[in-house]
Design a protein around this ligand. Sequence first.
Ligand SMILES: *[C@@H]1O[C@H](CO)[C@@H](O)[C@H](O)[C@H]1NC(C)=O
Ligand SMILES: *[C@@H]1O[C@H](CO)[C@@H](O)[C@H](O)[C@H]1NC(C)=O
Ligand SMILES: *[C@@H]1O[C@H](CO)[C@@H](O)[C@H](O)[C@H]1NC(C)=O
Length: 924
Amino acid sequence: MKTLALLAVVVFTISGICAVDRNKFKTCDQSGFCKRLRAFKPEKSQYELNLDSVLVHGNVLSAEVVTRDPADEKRTVLWQYAFKLSALADSTFRVELDEADPLYPRYRTQLALDGEPRPDSLKLTSNDNSKLTLVNKQGHKVVITAKPLKLEFLDQNGEVAVVLNENSQLLVEPLRVRREKTEEDGDGNQVNVEEEGTWGESFQSHHDSKPRGNEAVSLDVGFPEADHVYGIPEHTDGLALKTTTSGDPYRLYNLDVFEYELDSRMAIYGSVPVMYAHGPKRTVGVFWHNSAETWIDVVNYSDSNVVSSIVNLVTGGQKRRVDARFMSESGIVDVFVMMGSTPDEVFKQYITLTGAKPIPPKFSLGYHQCRWNYVDETDVRTVDENFDEYDIPMDVMWLDIEYTNKKMYFTWDPIKFANPSEMVANLTAKGRKLVVIIDPHIKREAGYFLHEDATELGYYVKDKDGKDYEGWCWPGSSSYLDFFNPAATKYYSERYRFENFPGTSKDVHLWNDMNEPSVFNGPEITMPKDCRHYKPTQDGEEGIASFWEHRHVHNEYGLWNLRSTHDGMMDRVDGKYRPFILTRAVFAGTQRYAAIWTGDNSAEWSFLAASIPMCLSLAIAGNSFCGSDVGGFFKYPEAELMTRWYQAGAYQPFFRAHSHIETKRREPWLYPPTTTALLRDANRRRYALLDYWYTLFYEHSVQGLPVIRPLFQQYPNDPETYTIDDEYLLGNALLIKPVTSAGATSINVYLPGNTLWYDADTYMPHTEARITQPVTISKIPVYQRGGSIIPRKERIRRSSTLMADDPYSLVVALDSNNSAEGTLYIDDGETYEYKNNKFIYAKIEYNSKHMTYTFINDNAHYPTKSWLERVVIAGIKTPPKSAKLQQGDKSTPLQMTLHKGNDVLVLRKPGASMGKPWTITFAY
Ligand SMILES: *[C@@H]1O[C@H](CO)[C@@H](O)[C@H](O)[C@H]1NC(C)=O
Ligand SMILES: *[C@@H]1O[C@H](CO)[C@@H](O)[C@H](O)[C@H]1NC(C)=O
Ligand SMILES: *[C@@H]1O[C@H](CO)[C@@H](O)[C@H](O)[C@H]1NC(C)=O
């Protein structure tokens, strides 16, 4: 949901808002450190590594780095830093630079990593008094130039793939003691001559007290031989990032942006500071491990518009190269360099660091029905029943904030939702679930147990003076739980227990919204940066050293919220059932806990189109479980837009319709019957492919590859694919190009890989790379790659749970060698029994002699009741005369039907159990 709409109307009496209010959000110039750092362009880096201090221990090289005053002949040391280079598993390096002896510890981001990264070996191979050369186990070299400091990361062919500080933009602003520096001005007044903004800066009516002064960090990263860079979601820009030579850098700062605009580098709800660089030679990546506000410049050296002496100096006329510069307001320099060298490998390397998404409960891959708000139990029941009445599959009903008793979370409206347990039981009887919203702001109301407990126990985030911070959000005056405090987290997690949240059951799942956090009256609609968070203190740490500022942790606040919710949901079922959580705020690592949606979009064609690159960017940054509000949150989608949105949503990972409280109701049956039929068809297509989705999410959880993939991931050597972001791959077998424009009668589709692609509706093969696809309103352009096999279920029921035991159809799309392969994952869909080997992970292979179904993991079994109902073989040139199924010692001749028009052979009712391996043998 949501935004400031109501508040804007009520408090500011703004009418007819129709676009983002840019004035509410900072430009780089209005953000003190961004302006300061962007202007920082030394001719030569002041950072030098002291070669005498180098120590290699295990996988870590440590050394002293100093800055020297360039203007000073004696080259006096200005500041000392601790430098660390670590070699990590999976072709990854880590570079850390912190002050050697800071005034008090600088913040280190805490939750992004999925545990301590595993070490690899690191060998110092040469130290020639100006340079160090090191090598890891895989043969990637690191060359460290001491003066000025520069780090080059070489690929296995000995070519520089990533270079740090070549543009001299490494910077760690040292923490200082505050001293008032004043001078007399011409009129005899004492004026503060401290650099403007050091000890405080203002934005509109908000003052940030900056008690630690300036503490920014920055680093430039060069990617030789790269054509494009990707990543750093969440923005509304394309998948391939643009150069920022003119205009502002990309911004990462989790914000609740009302009516966000498209094609923008402005910050929105999520911040994942990982960037990938790709060219025909290789793919590499960097993960900037920092949770503070961050701006990122992108410079393109191959773009002839960029001419500067520095550029020529650095590149020596080299053509292909993209550079980036990361600038963060606080923290340390902590950057992971991922050596690739393919898109698959680099995406996995990022997942190795931040964790894969565990396999979600299967129902969550079905269709979700949401609205702000389903107003009472009768409304919920009516909507639920209408899905059956109109024969549209649906798995989850959602409740937005109005279900609560006056916006007090963990309560129900006593009149409108008087019987929540019965309401939930009515849903679960049909295999359906309920999701309810719980936001991190807590209503400051006397008598509300959560507020009273949090006040008494000191669980709220504090303001700059150490009092409970008060902001304005949905409930009115609100405070915010400080999830950094372990006791507050534990307390919060326990609120999810069934006894503490009556009416809920294992079938009630969660939605954590507004967790940027959104604060309607805060600077940029969020929490002031000088608010205080809990910090476990060591001896002697007091005053400013005894807390973290919100500035340090902002982008990971939502992640701490999600982890608490996740822990609570695990605790309430003793770790037996998989939780489903949806979040709006995103940071590195969020994928371990939650699915994501792209926030408050609009019922406009452009927002439908934007949902594809936005989710692709999130997917390559670890968050495959992504979707947009189907139909658009603001405004009303007319029938055609609604139809196209359902058709697109059916092929996006998180498939949920949602709408704003002030929009016209738009459940599928409220449209003309022809439209309702099209929406039904889109949902049915989703359910037919649910087992393919589920298999992909399983494979993501163990292999780390995105579920939805940009074309360049699968076809990295084809430059045509590098900028395509209006079509994508689902796994490696399906290519999707949703129709995202009004009145379309045909669309152009690029079919990569010099391979056959079969129209998923007609099984007609395409051999050309560029096709013009005619589209009627019922057409969803989806193509299956020749060489792939996809599992389907054709008996669509009311919900996914009811389809668990249904039979499978296998769609075999042959390549030019008449072969194909695919995989299938089956388990109970909701528990962790898969960890005890209660699952099936099967490989399905076809060649003209045999088709086999074998278990990849021999130790794992699951007693599925599902059986093989049909095999569809597309692209068959020489049909066999007979086919025979063998399972165990049972052999059965099979019936076949050949469809001559499109060369499709159908094997009818093979009847094999999917719980055991089988073979089909063909005779000619
Ligand atoms: C860099 O410039 C070249 C040449 O203009 C262009 O082909 C490429 O797409 C640009 N890359 C980026 C990241 O802007
Ligand atoms: C549950 O379903 C029954 C039967 O349709 C209905 O009478 C009852 O009102 C429902 N309860 C709630 C709380 O929706
Ligand atoms: C067909 O087989 C040949 C020989 O094994 C192989 O080189 C080629 O890549 C295969 N083609 C496809 C589309 O898999």
